[in-house]
Every structure is written in structure tokens, then in C-alpha cells.
Design a protein. Structure first.
Length: 409
């Protein structure tokens, strides 16, 4: 048998999906599984956007422009302007999901062996994209007792080496839900300028901020050559299967380089571009209604978690994820046990072990990520299951006093 590539062998498994076989086995036994492991909202995709696809007439399904349909890019300029982001359509490249935008950034800005600093815990697929690009993720740790606030400038500087090329931030954060402050953005701006680094900003959850307002890296002064915005319609319009994102930069040289990668993959998906273009015309109260529903889900989830003995969950400021510490020694083992060996009234819950969101070995072992993407009734049922499971879990650790959340300034 021919050898398998080293890249393939070191490609990490998704911590979000690695327990899927156990969930499938549970379902075959007739057990209902509540999926809090993955950011797949149950909010309906806007009907008007779906209708735009259904009613679009053409004789040939052609390639689009490699950078995406001009009409869509022009429409996005108006959308970003409404968010206080001043760009033109020449600075946008439409991508196949936010994932491709991230990968394009890695490929366009770094060579194999280069390094990118990312606060951990971070979106697990950043690791996978780094493996594909041959670069190294260097984590700086944020902690649950500060609500996962940005690590200090000193922590970042300790991580800088001669191979460091970029810092990456997700705001609001996946998996923690943390919403970065203006002061924290200023810290990042100064670091990027001091060490001549790119600043990548994943803003997939821009619309879902509950404690404070969203600030974009594109609004930082003096950073036109440094900032790269990665975006997606997946979460914004509950259109995860559309696979449409955007790579945005005012750096002309970088834009030209990334366009070569875009041309190599020919064009982004046509139908989803139609959907995305139509979605831009949704009224602003679309987000108000959706945001309020997520806020209610968050409040229910966080309250229920913090009422459980030995469990601590900081209140996330945005996105639709929460991180919680549990009274268990190994969350990977516990999450598998939930699916393999436990049910409550014929039901169980699927969580994402947090260890896969950390780059530092041994971190987050007793933490899980929960996605509050299900309706409130389902979340309440899932919390009943989790509470019952923790009460009987054989390897449960002794209850400790609640973690004290420290304020970060």
C-alpha cells in the first residue's frame, strides 16, 4: 500500500463531530439525542432568500467571477456600511464558506513553517486549516475564571518568534462566546503594528452580541495593510449548508495574491450567492428578533448550568456558545459516556469536549462547549439530562466551590 501523507496523518479530528458514531449508535437504540455539540441553528433560513434561489431563471449554470458575483459584492458593501465598515466591492472576494476565507488567509499570508498566534480555546478547525497550509498555531491561553478575556500583551509577546506572521481573533468568540472590548482591540492593534503582523478577524457571529456592541477589526485606525476580515452567511442567516463566505482586505497586494487562489478553485457556489444577495435585503428587525431568541436561550442555559453543583459557566457576551467546567476529570470520556451508557427518560445529550478547542496539551480537560442552537424547551430538557447524568456519573469529582469570575480590564 502506498504511504499516506504526513499531513493527512497529523490532521486533527473534529472535536465537534468525533463523537458522531456514538450518537448514531444511541439513536439506533431508540434514544433521542439533543445536539448541543454543533453550531447548527434551528432558526429557519429566511424564506425570501430561499425563494430567490427557487425563482432564479437561467439556461446555463455558469461559473461566476472568481471573486464572486459583482452584484453580490456591491450589495455586501451596503451591508458592511450599515455595520460601520467602509470598504468597496473590489476589496471583497466571495469564498466557499468562511472556511475557505480562513484557508485563503493562511495560504496568502504565510509560508510553511510560519506561525500564527491564537488565543485559546479557539475554533477547532483553525488547527485543521493550519495543517493544510503547513503552518503552526501558537496558542496563548485565556481562562474560564476571567470569562475567557483576551490574554495580556505580555503573553502575546512571549509567543512571538521570528516566524510569527499573524494573530487571529474570533469576535464574538467561538467556542467561548466572549465579546472583545475596544481596549482589547487596541492591544491587538499595537501588537500587530509593533511586530508587523497580519491581524485576522473571524466575524461569523457579528449579529449576535448581547452584552455590549460589536467592534470590527476593519474599524481599527492605521491597519489597512494588516487587517483581514473573514466572514460567512452560515450563522447570520442560518444558512450553514450554503457555503458562502467572504475574504475582505484593504491590502491591495494581498488581495491580488488571494485572488490567484480564488481563480485556482474557479468560482464560489452560484445558488448560495443568489441566496446571500437576497438576504442582504432582509429588514434590520430580522436580526433583532433572532438575537432576542438567542439571548433567551443563553440566559436559560447559563442559569441552569450554574445551578448544578460543581458546574461553572461564565455568561457569554455573544455568538451562541457557552463554555462550562464540569465536576468530571475528563470531559472527553464523560461526553462519550453520555452517548454510550446513559439516558434519562429515553433521551441523552451530545456535548463538545473542550480539549479539542485548546492547542496546549492537557488544557480544558474538564470543560465542554454547549451550543444553544435549540429551542428553549429542548434546552431545558437537555439540562435536565445533564443534571441527572452528573448526579450518577461514576467518575464524578468531589464538588468544589464555584469558580469566581474575575473582571478583566
Amino acid at each position: 500500500m502506498p504511504d499516506i501523507s504526513h499531513r493527512g496523518q497529523v490532521m486533527p479530528a473534529s472535536p465537534i463531530r468525533k463523537l458522531v458514531p456514538y450518537a448514531e449508535a444511541a439513536k439506533k437504540k431508540g434514544i433521542r439525542v439533543y445536539h448541543l455539540n454543533i453550531g447548527q441553528p434551528d432558526i429557519e433560513t429566511p424564506p425570501s432568500a430561499l425563494d430567490a434561489v427557487r425563482n432564479f431563471h437561467f439556461k446555463v449554470l455558469e461559473y461566476s467571477h472568481s471573486g464572486g458575483n459583482e452584484s453580490y459584492r456591491r450589495k455586501l458593501v451596503k451591508y458592511y456600511s450599515s455595520k460601520g465598515i467602509d470598504i468597496n466591492y473590489h476589496q471583497i472576494i466571495i469564498t466557499t464558506g468562511g472556511s475557505e476565507a480562513i484557508l485563503f488567509g493562511f495560504l496568502g499570508c504565510m509560508d510553511p513553517g510560519d506561525e500564527i498566534i491564537i488565543p485559546e480555546p479557539f475554533y477547532a478547525n483553525y488547527n485543521g486549516f493550519a495543517v493544510e497550509a503547513g503552518i503552526k498555531v501558537v496558542p496563548v491561553t485565556s481562562y474560564i475564571n476571567t470569562g475567557f478575556a483576551l490574554p495580556s500583551a505580555e503573553d502575546f509577546e512571549k509567543a512571538v518568534t521570528k516566524r510569527t506572521r499573524a494573530i487571529m481573533i474570533c469576535n464574538p468568540n467561538n467556542p467561548t462566546g466572549y465579546l472583545y472590548s475596544l481596549e482589547e482591540w487596541e492591544t491587538l492593534r499595537q501588537l500587530a503594528l509593533k511586530y508587523n503582523l497580519y491581524l485576522f478577524s473571524d466575524e461569523a457571529y457579528r449579529e449576535f452580541c448581547y452584552e455590549g456592541s460589536h467592534f470590527s477589526a476593519m474599524q481599527l485606525e492605521g491597519m489597512d495593510e494588516h487587517v483581514v476580515l473573514m466572514d460567512t452567511i452560515s450563522k447570520r442567516y442560518s444558512a450553514c449548508g450554503g457555503r458562502i463566505g467572504a475574504f475582505i482586505t484593504r491590502n491591495k497586494g494581498l488581495h491580488q495574491i488571494v485572488m490567484k487562489f480564488a481563480q485556482a478553485r474557479l468560482s464560489p457556489p452560484t445558488f448560495a450567492q443568489i441566496l446571500g444577495e437576497a438576504a442582504v435585503d432582509l429588514p434590520e428587525n430580522y436580526f433583532e428578533t433572532t438575537r432576542e431568541e438567542y439571548r433567551k436561550r443563553r440566559d436559560l442555559l447559563v442559569r441552569r448550568l450554574n445551578e448544578m453543583p460543581g458546574v461553572f459557566c461564565p455568561n457569554p457576551g455573544g455568538a451562541f456558545y457557552a463554555m462550562a467546567s464540569l465536576p468530571v476529570p475528563d470531559a472527553d470520556v464523560f461526553c462519550q459516556w453520555l452517548l454510550e451508557s446513559f439516558s434519562y427518560k429515553g433521551e441523552t445529550v451530545m456535548l463538545a469536549p473542550a480539549s479539542g478547542f485548546y492547542g496546549s496539551a492537557g488544557s480544558g480537560l474538564n470543560e465542554v462547549r454547549l451550543a444553544y442552537v435549540l429551542n428553549q424547551e429542548s434546552i431545558a430538557s437537555a439540562m435536565d439530562i445533564l443534571q441527572a447524568a452528573l448526579e450518577v456519573y461514576p467518575a464524578r469529582t468531589s464538588d468544589k466551590s464555584k469558580t469566581v469570575l474575575t473582571t478583566h480590564y
